[in-house]
Design a protein around this ligand. Sequence first.
Ligand code: AMP
Ligand code: MG
Length: 425
Amino acid sequence: MNTIEDALAAILEGIEPLEPEWAPLADAAGRVAAEDAAAAVDLPPFDRSAMDGYAVRAADTASGAPLRLEGGVAAGEVTSAEVAPGTAATISTGAALPPGADAILQSELAAVADGQVTPERALEPGTHVRVRGEDLRAGDVLVRAGERLTVPRLSALASAGVGEVAVHRRPRLHLAVTGSELLSLGAPPEPGRIHESNGLMVGLLARRAGADVIDQGVVPDDRAATYTAVERGLQGDVLVVSGGVSVGPHDHVKPAFEACGVEEVLWRVEIKPGKPLWFGRKGRTLVFGLPGNPLSSIVCFSVFIEPALRRLQGERDARPAFSRGRLTAPAGPSDDRTTFLTSKIVPGADGVLEATPTERQGSHMTGALGESDGFAVAPHGSGPLAEVRFAPARQTARRRRSTRRAAAPSRGGRSRSRRSGRARR
Ligand code: AMP
Ligand code: MG
């Protein structure tokens, strides 16, 4: 049987990030940059006032010496009228400095009367002036290829005049849920049948992990139907088939994979729940056979499928990130497999996460998911645990410098300047 590490390595091996595409900033959130993204403009783009007040020549300012008020400039305007010696122009916060001015006299330090403004004291040149380019220069790289586009980074790109960024396209994930016993969500109960939940769960998790999901719905335990679903699903970047990967007379999934030319990479992992996981490839399509049990499915998805989806989207180190914490009661692996224990997880008084395994454990205890926040992970051979790792509850961005450049995405005929500025020579 494969260890978790070996299985993960075999799955991630050779996965290349999907080709880049241009995405508007709002659609790029949480995705990975496929190219460096650089500022398109200087920031600030022009010398601008940091205060409401008066644009002046610093050399003309002295305590109690009035300046004649001439003209003004509001945010969004520009003026070519020079601030002549001995004069001042009204200016609002964010407005471009008029020619001749080199300092801002803030309103609070000025007395205005009879068309004149009198400073309380002399100003240094540059007072309350935000100088062009003091924050960023056009061409400065803000996000490197391989880095995740977080909301703060997207905000910086927006400020720097960028409208679109190159990201790896989303993986298309085909999902087929097998089982003749499965009732659709909320359907009236029927004898001998159970409500399906895996399709819902895997679909939601896959979308959260950035995939476009093509849901084929429930497929009966039937040879021909399974074959058709697999064949269709192989058009995607990833095919996930839930259930039917065991060796029972009604398990048609492995024969269907074989008949469709999917090459087996691994079957069975030392993980509890989730042992019957199957993984193979056909060409560039990654094919997962998930154990039908919902607990097995959520564990296998988090540990194996989500990393594969993240790798396809360009994340360099896509292995699952675990949080550390402590147990509130003794627990440990229940056999020689690494055991994932459904647990309530809340921060303790000192802020460290504390896990309390739910009373019900076992892959058939799907209701226990309802009272759990995640999984305490008990590595095989670890004995009773005092300290635990938690299964990934959220996507964590890891920043890595890119060593390779991704292929340039197609431009679609639009100008580059709207996206990101060229790097400075
Ligand atoms: P299988 O992997 O098909 O042998 O299924 C293992 C167990 O999980 C069986 O008890 C199935 O009834 C159950 N199961 C399979 N698929 C689902 C599903 N989509 N939702 C809920 N339970 C399922
Ligand atoms: Mg089944």
